[in-house]
Structures are given as C-alpha cells and as structure tokens.
Design a protein around this ligand. Structure first.
Ligand SMILES: CCCCC/C=C/C(=O)SCCNC(=O)CCNC(=O)[C@H](O)C(C)(C)COP(=O)(O)OP(=O)(O)OC[C@H]1O[C@@H](n2cnc3c(N)ncnc32)[C@H](O)[C@@H]1OP(=O)(O)O
Ligand code: FAD
Length: 664
C-alpha cells in the first residue's frame, strides 16, 4: 500500500517518518486543494523536479553567507539561467507556473524581475490602451525591457494626494515634462528601480495649463536600452540595505524637466488630447488599480510565507527532543507539548484560511477587471474596502505567526540556518507596502461607517452582502452546532464594535468637533472594527471553502483544522464577546480548542508537507524534508566564510596585539 503522505523516503529521520505514517489523508490530494487543482499541483511538482536537474539554478552558496552585492549578482545570474531554459521548465504563457519557477529558484530575497511581473505588467494590462499594449506589453512579456512601478516618494507614500512629482503638458510640443521639484519628491522605494529596470510606470501629478488633475500613470524610459546608462534628465540609484529583500534593488529616481511624448500617459481610462483637453476616467480612483491588484493577491502570498515558516517549525518540532512527559527514558518531541501546539497549530489554520480566502479575493479582482474594462466601475469601492482590510490583517497575523514559529525553534530558530528571520523580514514588509496597515484599516473603517449611516437612514436593503450583518440583531448562540455558530459570534463582535466606533465618531462630530478631529479621535476604535470585520470575512471564506471539498479524508482533516481556527479566533477576541457569551460558554470554547489541538496533532506534519515546498525553495536547514537536521547544521556552520581559516586576519591584526600588550 502506498503511504498517504507522499513525502516519505528512505534515509529520512525516523521521527519524521513516524509522523508521516500517522497522517490520515493523501498529501497530494491536499496539495490539489491548496493549489486550486490537481493539475496545477502536479505541474508544480514537475517544475520543481525539472529545476533540480539544472545545477546552475541552485544557489551558488547559502544566501545568508552572501553580501548585498553577492545577492544582487546571484539574482541576475539565476535569472539568465532561467531564461535560457524557460521552455524546458514551464509553459511561458502561464503566470502561475512562472511564479512557482521564480519562487523556487530565486527565493524571496528579491530579483530584477520581481516588480516587472507583479506590478509593471499588471499596470500595463489595467491602465494602457489597446494601442499602448501593442507597443509595450509584448516587449515587457518577452522581457526585452525590465519595468518597475514608481509611485512612492521620499516624503510621501500613504497620502497619494501629496505626491510632488509633476508631469506638465506642453501643447506646443505635445509632450509631458516630468519634474522632481524637491528632495522629498524623489521617488523612493520602488523595487527593481535602483539598478535593474530600464522602464517604469511612474505616478505623477498631471498638470495642464496650471491645473492639477491629480496622480496619473506614465510610461517612462529610464535607461538607454543598449548601454543601460541613465538617460539625460534622470537621476537613479539604489536606496541601500533593508530589513529583507536585499537581493532586490529598491531605488530612488529624480527627473530634471524630462520630456516624454503625449502618448506615454497610460490612457485606457483618462486621456489628454493634443490641444490639452482632459478626458476624465469613468471612476476617480481608477488610477489606483495596480495597487488593488497586488492587495487582492496578498492573502495568498502571505499565506504562503506563513506556510514556509510553519513547514520549518513543525518539521523541526517533530525531530527536536527536549524534556520529558510520562516516559522518563527518552526525551519527547517538542511537538507533543500543548504550549508548542498552541503556538503553531492556530497558525497552520490561518495559513490555510489565508490561502482559501485569497482564492475568493483574486476571483473578485479578476471579475472587477473585466467589469472595469467594460466600463462598469460599480464594484471598485467594495473591493477597495475589502482588500484594504484584508492586506492589513493577513500581513500582521502572518508576521505574528512567523515570529512564533521562530521562537518555537528555540536557539536554532534564531540562526539564519533556520531562514525564518528572512521570511519574517519579507512578510512584514507587507505591513507597509501597498498601503501602511493603519491607513488601510481606516479606509475600510470609512466604508463601515458609511454602511452604518445607510442603516441609520433606513437603507439597510441597499447594503452589500458582506456588510448586511451590520443591520441584523443578535441571536442565541449554540456553540455545539459547529463553525457557523462561531461565525455568528464574530458577526456579533464586528457589528457591536462597528456600531460603537461609528457612534463615537458621530457623537464627537455632533458635539461640534470638526469631521477630521472626530475621525482621528475615533480612529483606534475604527481600526478595531475593521480588523473584526476582516477576520469575519476570512473565517466565512474558510468555512465555505471547506464545505466545497469533495475528497472526504481531506475534508475531514480540514474540518479538524477549522475547529482549531474558530475556537482560537473566538478566544482571541474574548474581550469583544463578553456581552454575548457567558463565562461557562467561554470555558467550553477554551476546552474545545485544547481538544482540537490534540485532534490535529497526528496530522500536523502531513498538513505542512501538503504545501509541497521543496528544500530548494525552503532554504532551511531546520526545515529539511528528510529531518536530518543536526549533521546538516554542522555542515552549514562549517561552510561559513569565517571558517575558511582557523586564524582570522582581524585576530592577528587587533586581538593578538591587544592580548600581548595586556601580558606586559
Ligand atoms: C514582492 C513585493 C512587492 C511589493 C510591491 C509594493 C508596491 C507598492 O508599495 S506600490 C505603492 C503603494 N502605495 C500605496 O498603497 C499608497 C496607499 N495610499 C492609497 O492607496 C491612497 O492614498 C488612499 C487609498 C489611502 C487614499 O486615497 P485618496 O486618493 O487620497 O483618497 P481619499 O482618502 O480622499 O478617498 C476618496 C474616496 O476614494 C475612495 N478610494 C480610494 N482608493 C480607492 C480605490 N482604489 N478604489 C475605489 N475607491 C477608492 C476612498 O475610499 C474614498 O471613498 P469615500 O469614503 O466614498 O469618499
Ligand atoms: C519592501 C517595500 C517595497 C516597496 N515597493 C514599492 C514599489 O515597488 N513602488 C512604490 O511606489 N512604493 C513601494 N514601497 C513604498 C510603500 O508603498 C510605502 O512605504 C507605503 O505605502 C507606506 O507609506 P509611507 O512610507 O509614506 O508611510 P507613512 O505614511 O509615512 O507612515 C508612517 C506612520 O504614519 C501613519 N499614518 C500615515 N498616514 C496616516 C493617516 N492618514 N492616518 C493615520 N495614520 C497615518 C502610518 O500608520 C505609520 O504609522 C515599498 C515599501 C517597502 C517597505
């Protein structure tokens, strides 16, 4: 009989083999659920296999041992090997296959095409007219040019209305003149801008005859396509090392009266005629669409990052033995401690929840894109509100989960051999990019306040399906009935907090305070409402997704995981449900959580194996598939450049003379 867990191989650590043997479901079937289809899960495995057969695609050294220059060079080197072999590796027309290929080979530290695929091409698809797409999209897709998305400035990120870069239209020459008037107007942060990109989608204020029409996207050539030297009028470079993404070249960019043709305004939606007449877009915020796209994909992306950390921590916890339970003859696997399970299993549930929730959000974005291309922008506000909250909650909780995973690995978690700190650095970048989390929670807060105002004005029937619960009344909760009852608990918490926060805002405003001051004074409460609303959405998409699964064994374990999720999440928001649940009910939930941790325990390793993240992609000594951690940890340490010689020049030059001097 073949094992249900497909990761078992001879030579593996017996501890991991034992864990895998206790799994109750087929990990390939679970991978099909995680990656949307059996076909794609299978393609991922085939691509990983094909990559492993090309030695030049492997890291030339463990990435933590490379300096910044080495990391940037390594990214470009591997990219060139990928492109030489691309037809052997993937279907080049598949975005998903490409993403898997890049993630596996490049890792997460950044590379020259990261923003090209994630923002530049999508911005062209969403914002360039058909004619402009003929001109640039094919070139971008064939990678004849490398692009980035340059919006944020040194002095302005969250508040787009304050951007300083200008694009002034000159009807005489039919050109836009791009200019950076101050230091604070320098574009600052765009990924791949510093050294790699030769084109950019630049967001600048459109000025026509002294009137400012606000931020618009322009296609701008930055570097000569032959020499790669910056073009006259362009100042560009790298912004220096960061917390993570150090294989990437986030950059700065300034313009000195730099001219581009009128046709370089991305004009699918807004246009400037030759005589300077402005043609308005169908929605004032349509220029923000590249950001909505990235935010829509962030739940899946962050779920994957959390998954990376959990693969490492759960596998390692099954081979790490420390202390005793009943049997004093052998130390136990640390995964058997309830505290360890409480640290890790709710995060496994969240990783699955984020991935499933991401499917739904991407579907909503793809639908919106079609609608907008057909001139229907009515869904924009809803998706903007939803994705603003979602990116904030998933990035924060992912960071929390990764940090717990690191601590769950004890001392070795702190070593770069675990690679967890790199994953953490990458993940928490998401709390900031695509809109700082507090700012985005307040965007959702605005939407929630408006929803309450609709109810107050007798327009409950006009509420969208995601906020309809705000108009409902509390009902009795019977927690024995399963996940849907927990959903009602969350609805209660989100509804109560949204009403309380809105009423606080309204009361302050009615007391004579300005709208802005009242908003500011209610803002912490509003962000709390936004988080609860978003967590409700995540829970409901998790429940719906599990309900749709056909394979009964997979569904069974996901129901167990859902039980971990709903009980943990409700305990976590205890303070918001005190008016609904008695202390007996809270005790009941707490006990259900502890039982559900025990229930999931035999499947813990199989649940993380199902993410099917190869060793190459994981880059973690602690998280190796075979569980042979200790001998490889020693090998890894020995490969440190510091160990090339027994006596370092710094010892000879400084420490020895110091010790000699002290002897005198
Ligand atoms: C692999 C790693 C990749 C990393 C890549 C990273 C890339 C980046 O980070 S790119 C740069 C990202 N930058 C941001 O995300 C900036 C964040 N700020 C904003 O998005 C905006 O400034 C804002 C949304 C916070 C506010 O927009 P603003 O134009 O200033 O609008 P108002 O606050 O006045 O709101 C007016 C009105 O418009 C609604 N609205 C705003 N955005 C949208 C939208 N995208 N779609 C639909 N509606 C939108 C907003 O809700 C307001 O509505 P009302 O309340 O009805 O007035
Ligand atoms: C890894 C990484 C990659 C990036 N890639 C790109 C890229 O490719 N292209 C690009 O254009 N940009 C990029 N950025 C920039 C990024 O989008 C901005 O840094 C981000 O939007 C936050 O803006 P800020 O830096 O101005 O933060 P600030 O707005 O200065 O935030 C500072 C503090 O002020 C608070 N704050 C600000 N406004 C308000 C408000 N209205 N109400 C309450 N609190 C407020 C925030 O909550 C935060 O606590 C990247 C950033 C990072 C970290």
């Amino acid at each position: 009989m073949t094992a249900l867990n497909k990761s078992i191989e001879p030579g593996d650590s017996p501890d991991l083999t034992e864990e895998r043997a206790s799994g109750t479901f087929d990990t390939n079937a679970m991978a099909a659920v995680i990656y949307g289809s059996d076909k794609f899960a299978q393609r991922r495995r085939e691509i990983s296999e094909a990559i492993s057969k090309i030695p030049e695609l492997a890291d030339s050294a463990p990435l933590p041992f490379l300096d910044r220059f080495g990391k940037v060079t390594e990214g470009s080197r591997k990219l060139s090997v990928i492109l030489e072999n691309i037809d052997k590796l993937i279907d080049p027309s598949s975005y998903e296959e490409g993403l898997h290929l890049y993630t596996e080979v490049m890792g997460m530290e950044g590379h020259p095409l990261a923003l090209h695929e994630v923002m530049f091409i999508p911005a062209l698809i969403a914002q360039a007219s058909d004619e402009q797409q003929v001109k640039w999209l094919g070139r971008a897709r064939r990678r004849e040019i490398i692009g980035c998305y340059a919006q944020t400035e040194m002095g302005h990120g969250s508040n787009l209305r304050a951007l300083e870069t200008t694009a002034t239209y000159s009807p005489e020459t039919q050109e836009f003149i791009l200019h950076s008037p101050t230091i604070t107007s320098l574009k600052w942060w765009p990924g791949a801008l510093g050294k790699s990109a030769n084109w950019a989608v630049v967001v600048a204020n459109l000025i026509i005859r002294d009137k400012n029409y606000g931020p618009h996207p322009f296609m701008v050539q930055l570097r000569d396509e032959d020499s790669h030297e910056p073009l006259p009028g362009i100042t560009v470079g790298d912004i220096g090392p960061k917390m993570a993404f150090n294989g990437g070249d986030n950059g700065f960019l300034g313009f000195r009266n730099y001219r581009i043709p009128r046709e370089y305004l991305l004009n699918r939606h807004a246009k400037v005629e030759a005589d300077g007449r402005y043609v308005k877009p169908p929605h004032a915020k349509i220029n923000h669409s590249a950001m909505i796209r990235v935010r829509s994909h962030m739940a899946t992306g962050q779920g994957a990052l959390l998954a990376h950390a959990l693969v490492i921590a759960v596998r390692y916890s099954a081979v790490r033995r420390q202390g005793y339970l009943e049997d004093k003859s052998r130390e136990v696997k640390v995964l058997d401690y309830q505290t360890q399970q409480h640290r890790l299993f709710p995060s496994i549930a969240r990783a699955y929840a984020f991935i499933f929730c991401g499917f739904e959000t991407i579907r909503l974005y793809d639908q919106l894109l079609i609608d907008v291309q057909n001139g229907n922008t009515s869904g924009m506000a809803d998706l903007h509100a939803l994705t603003s909250g979602l990116k904030s909650v998933v990035t924060y909780q992912t960071g929390e989960g990764i940090e717990q995973a690191r601590m769950a690995c004890g001392g070795h978690g702190y070593s770069m051999a675990s690679y967890i700190s790199e994953i953490y650095g990458v993940a928490i970048g998401g709390c900031t990019y695509e809109g700082e989390n507090m700012v985005m929670l307040l965007q959702l807060g605005r939407y929630l306040v408006k929803s309450i105002e609709m109810i107050q004005n007798g327009k409950s029937r006009e509420l969208g399906p995601m906020v309809a619960y705000l108009a409902e009344n509390e009902s009795e909760i019977d927690l024995n009935l399963g996940p849907n009852e927990y959903l009602k608990v969350f609805e209660y918490a989100a509804r109560n907090q949204t009403w309380r926060a809105t009423e606080k805002f309204q009361k302050l405003r009615n007391s004579g305070m300005s709208n802005e001051k009242a908003w500011n004074q209610a803002s912490v409460e509003l962000t709390r409402a936004s988080r609860l609303h978003t967590r409700l959405y995540i829970m409901s998409t998790f429940i719906n997704h599990v309900g749709s699964i056909v394979d009964q064994k997979v569904k069974g374990v996901l129901i167990d995981l859902l039980n971990v999720h709903v009980t943990y999440e409700v305990m976590d928001i205890g303070i918001y449900v005190q008016g609904l649940l008695s202390s007996n009910q809270m005790d009941l939930i707490r006990n259900q959580l502890y039982v559900s941790l025990e229930t999931i325990r035999p499947n813990a390793v199989s649940l993380v194996d199902s993410f099917q993240i190869s060793d190459m992609q994981l880059r973690s000594v602690l998280g190796r598939r075979d569980g042979n951690v200790y001998e490889n940890l020693f090998k890894w340490a020995k490969s440190s450049p510091l160990n090339k010689t027994d006596v370092l020049p710094s010892v000879t030059q400084y420490l020895k003379p110091m010790m000699e001097k002290s002897k005198l």
